[in-house]
Write a protein that binds this ligand. Structure first.
Ligand code: SF4
Length: 376
């Protein structure tokens, strides 16, 4: 096993030999930011005050900023900036542009945000290159306005809910594009309120979010009325142990999936990012066996899977190498195929044959109770 590096916050990042040595147990810890700041505007919102009270109850001090802009967060190097930003939580008002929802196929009709940023340290992080500035975790004080603003989108389906296999879900809203809800819930209470909001909503709608955490206790007794689908992002042991610093163990995520399913939630798997490592069939086979055990005997199980292969862009590669200069994550253009994404942006994906092989294997090996929503 290679020497364990340390991530920017000084926490030990568990590494794992690709041949599949058993990883040490890693208890899931709740994130405690080193610094919590709030903008003056956040004090004008009830939810902002609720978050501040919650944070103070946990013994953390909230620093009131002089202006509504977050400044002074850069360190001398990329790594120092990363370390300071990743240990800071900012209570802010969401940018007005976020109120105009964007379609987010194939996951959902619309995306909305209750936070931006995440305290975990995934070396392939999807946020790299998508967010500008230091990766501070921003939580939104204007949650009540954000949830209230969703009403005008109910019934406005997009290409996603017009698909025959998605029609039964109503208008779908994705709330984890830019963050991990369960990583922050103990500090904000935002996603419980969102689940309650959708549960009480007299319309054909669905809230969706995905997580790499397992702290679901606060959601078991919510009147969700089946209108929230929680998906757990999982991966095979070599990927999860090597690249997903600061998250809950996959076994704990699957136990949390089971608990939510028992509480009547529709649930799902986000298997991502899928990587064709050496012996990948064996490693992903072990993961799917764990999944099958986790969902065994669940009455009325509604389980979906979203299958996403690893890809990178020139921008995300540059940011990730700044954040994790010693990463072993493969981002070799010579081993990839160049594709053009939305608006012509370049992305590097696995070659066509590899993609076909992976796709066939996954669709043939998922538990029969699992409905695949998409492959990409
Ligand atoms: Fe990035 Fe998601 Fe990992 Fe958070 S959990 S660091 S958002 S990939």
């Amino acid at each position: 096993v290679p020497a364990a590096p340390h991530d920017a916050s000084g926490e030990r990042v568990v590494t794992h030999d690709l041949a599949g040595l058993a990883p040490p147990p890693r208890p899931a810890r709740r994130w405690v930011p080193r610094r919590v700041v709030a903008t003056p505007a956040a004090y004008d919102h009830e939810h902002g005050l609720r978050v501040m009270a919650r944070v103070e109850e946990l013994g953390l001090e909230v620093e009131r900023l002089r202006s509504n802009r977050l400044t002074g967060l850069r360190g001398g190097t990329e790594r120092e900036t990363y370390a300071a930003a990743k240990s800071t939580m900012a209570i802010v008002v969401s940018p007005p542009s976020r109120r105009r929802l964007q379609p987010i196929a194939p996951s959902a009709d619309w995306r909305f945000d209750l936070a931006e940023g995440c305290p975990a340290h995934c070396q392939y992080c999807y946020l790299a290159g998508s967010l500008s500035g230091p990766p501070v975790t921003r939580v939104y004080a204007d949650l009540d306005d954000i949830l209230g603003g969703l009403a005008e989108y109910a019934g406005r389906g997009t290409v996603t809910s017009r698909r025959a296999d998605r029609a039964g879900e109503g208008t779908t809203f994705e709330a984890s594009c830019y963050t991990d809800p369960l990583a922050l819930e103990h500090l904000t209470g935002s996603w419980r309120r969102a689940v309650e909001h959708f549960g009480a909503w007299d319309a054909d709608v669905q809230l969706r979010w995905t997580t790499k955490y397992a702290d679901v206790d606060g959601f078991l007794d919510v009147a969700h009325h089946g209108r929230t689908r929680v998906r757990f992002s999982v991966n095979c042991a070599p990927v999860a142990e090597r690249f997903e610093g600061g998250t809950a163990r996959v076994a704990d995520r699957l136990a949390a999936l089971r608990r939510l399913a028992l509480a009547g939630y529709p649930v799902g798997l986000t298997i991502a990012p899928i990587m064709p490592l050496p012996d990948w069939r064996e490693h992903y086979g072990a993961l799917l066996a764990e999944v099958a055990a986790a969902v065994e005997g669940l009455p009325g199980l509604d389980l979906t899977a979203e299958l996403i292969t690893h890809r990178f862009t020139p921008g995300s590669k540059e940011v990730l190498l700044g954040w994790y200069p010693r990463t072993k994550l493969e981002m070799d253009e010579a081993a990839r195929t160049r594709k053009h994404g939305k608006f012509g942006a370049v992305k590097w994906v696995y070659p066509r044959d590899t993609m076909a092989e992976l796709r066939d294997w996954f669709t043939g090996n998922l538990p029969p109770s699992c409905r695949v929503l998409y492959w990409t």
